[in-house]
Write a protein that binds this ligand. Structure first.
Ligand code: ADP
Ligand code: MG
Length: 221
């Protein structure tokens, strides 16, 4: 997918607090098949931008297009459907459900997409095999190591075969060996045409991407 963002702003309003203008004027295009790193200081608005790109949130003003489609003119439910079908998220802390099994976590995006459960499990098993995690299918998330949780989060993001994968500091809690493993997976996915956008403060990881986008003072430098 081709992503086009123009004059985007995002302001958070608190009742008694001053208004926080997080994104002030973001202009950004990301083409189909790019592998992009987003960098910037803590609080710069990286997660806010990623959430808007992934249709989890909407901006306060500006324009957002995916291919020829004006995303902000869509209804909330259409946008939610688009998010579920076309984006795979790997959240900052993975956001896995600890008390549930690996299988139940992985099939969640397919369940939201109303995929028949047997079909969802079939695809989950293929992905588990690809990542050498078949043996963990019935284990609870709480019993996994950090590296295993990370691979489960990647598999869940791939469940609906998205065009674009959004990863928010996916290597933040990992040692450098596991960080390189996840980047190897992203590069493989990128090689089969997926657009990958990864927020990272690790320069080694950022330098493995095709392009680095820096956010500071509410704009893309
Ligand atoms: N839902 C929210 N309500 C109010 N303020 C928020 C909200 N989300 C983020 N912010 C504020 O916006 C700023 C940018 O946050 P964020 O996008 O998470 O930054 P980053 O990911 O670059 O660290 C921070 O000051 C944060 O406190
Ligand atoms: Mg963040």
């Amino acid at each position: 997918m081709n992503i086009t963002i123009h004059a985007l702003t995002k302001t958070f309003k608190h009742k008694s607090m001053p208004i926080t203008e997080v994104l002030k004027n973001v202009n950004l295009t990301i083409s189909q098949g790019e592998l992009v790193a987003i960098q910037g200081k803590s609080g710069a608005g990286k997660t806010t931008l990623l959430n808007i790109i992934g249709c989890l949130d909407i901006p306060s003003s500006g324009q957002y297009w995916i291919d020829e489609q004006d995303i902000l003119s869509l209804s909330n439910s259409t946008r939610a459907k688009l998010r579920n079908q076309r984006f795979g998220f790997i959240m900052q802390d993975y956001a896995l459900i600890n008390d549930e099994t690996v299988m139940d976590n992985i099939i969640l995006p397919a369940v939201f997409a109303k995929t028949p459960i047997l079909k969802a499990k079939e695809r989950a098993n293929i992905l588990l095999a690809r990542f050498n995690l078949e043996h963990l299918s019935a284990k609870r998330i709480s019993a996994l190591s950090g590296g295993e949780k990370q691979r489960v989060a990647i598999i869940r993001a791939l469940m609906n075969d998205p065009d674009c994968i959004l990863a928010d500091e996916p290597t933040g809690a990992l040692d450098s060996k596991n960080s390189h493993e996840i980047m190897k997976v992203f590069i493989e996915l990128n090689n089969i045409g997926k657009t990958i956008i990864v927020v990272t403060h690790d320069d080694t990881i950022a330098n493995m991407c095709n392009r680095i986008v820096r956010i500071a003072d509410g704009i893309v430098e």
